[in-house]
Design a protein around this ligand. Structure first.
Ligand code: SAH
Length: 348
């Protein structure tokens, strides 16, 4: 039988489940403590629980871990991890160190449905959503197996987090719960290609996470070409959903903008982007486009990227020009595909 992973439960859910078994609710807190504070990986280790309860947990649940298949390190220190899931699918997770800050870039789906024209993650199509336990598992692996002191968490790996809304929100709750991983919400960023309906749901959830919008174009025609999701949720409605989110939550939204040579890097593009950023009082992150094998888009030349930044700054917009990280190991934005490298498949 395929047992459910115990890390798929939020604290509330686990309390409810254990109460059904006639257990007091503090038992759930004890389980959380073992899983998330002490990093235990077997029920046997939960020594302050009665043996009968440990056996029952064992019978109904598993405390599965991800299996690391490959780990590569970039010249710039970025590391990429390829994990195998229990059904044989693969996902990638990226660790980006920058001084004291250690950011973990989490995957939320195997593949992606959204097929953005510049991104590798959707090239092999969509396989399935990740479970909360598989999202949390990426963090636990780095923290417990590799003893990495993680400081920031971005949902910018494979997949569209808001297309796996329930599981991502559950994972965020476990991350954010002081009795769980205890990660402050301001250290967590959900990045979206623009699923307006989910943004509308998110604004009513009391989680103070950061939201990044992958905007990339300010004309519907171009955005729909680059990001087919735009056909379903065109710019006007999407920007309104962002504005509502900002007003309702009091949080800021960051706008992500990939610079694609002669596609979206003109003075007119900068002017439109600046207008939207000012309307939303949003910061802009300019991202150099990563080269994806088989895709036609080229990054804007450095001089153009700097000029584009200047155009935004002249309009009073807070913007940063990011440096691409991990490109030599296919770990930069949009390069995660999660396929098993030939080398590793020989090992199996
Ligand atoms: N689906 C979510 C999160 C995953 S992608 C989203 O779209 O936001 C994380 C970021 O990488 C997004 O801003 C995405 O647009 C960007 N990205 C994708 N392909 C890229 C590429 N080739 N070069 C640079 N950034 C890319």
């Amino acid at each position: 039988m395929n047992k459910k992973d115990i890390k798929d439960f939020t604290l509330e859910e686990l309390k409810a489940r254990l109460e059904k078994w006639g257990e007091p609710s503090y038992r759930a807190t004890q389980v959380f403590d073992w899983l998330y504070k002490k990093g235990a990986t077997s029920f046997e280790a939960f020594t302050d629980l009665p043996k009968s309860l440990r056996q029952k947990l064992e019978e109904y649940f598993s405390p599965r871990s991800l299996v690391l298949m490959e780990q590569v390190t970039s010249r710039d220190g970025t590391e990429k991890f390829l994990f195998e899931l229990s059904d044989g699918h693969f996902i990638e997770t990226v660790l980006i160190p920058a001084g004291k800050r250690k950011t973990l870039c989490l995957s939320t789906q195997v593949g992606c449905k959204f097929a953005c024209a510049f991104c590798a993650s959707g090239m092999a199509g969509f396989k399935r959503n990740l479970l909360p336990s598989e999202i949390i598992g990426q963090i636990l692996f780095l923290r417990d197996e590799l003893s990495v002191h993680l400081t920031n968490f971005v949902f910018m790996g494979m997949g569209e987090p808001l297309d796996n809304y329930e599981n991502v929100i559950k994972a965020v709750r476990i991350m954010n719960d002081p009795k769980g991983l205890g990660i402050a919400a301001r250290r967590i960023t959900i990045s979206t290609s623009g699923v307006s309906s989910a943004l509308e749901r998110l604004k009513n959830v009391k989680l103070q996470v950061n939201v990044s919008l992958s905007l990339h174009a300010l004309r519907d025609e171009l955005r729909s070409k680059l990001m087919p999701i735009n056909k379903k949720y065109p710019l006007a409605g999407l920007l309104q959903a962002c504005q509502d989110y900002i007003e309702k939550t009091g949080r800021k939204v960051t706008l992500e903008y990939i610079l694609l040579r002669e596609i979206n890097d003109s003075a007119e593009d900068a002017r439109r982007l600046a207008a939207v950023a000012k309307r939303l009082r949003a910061k802009v992150n300019l991202i150099p486009s990563s080269q994806i094998c088989g895709l036609a888009y080229e990054p804007s030349p450095k001089a153009r990227a700097e000029l584009f930044l200047k155009w935004l700054e002249e309009k009073g917009v807070g913007a940063t020009l990011r440096r691409s990280k991990g490109a030599d190991i296919q770990a930069a934005c949009g390069q995660l595909a999660g396929r098993l490298r030939e080398k590793t498949s020989l090992k199996k």
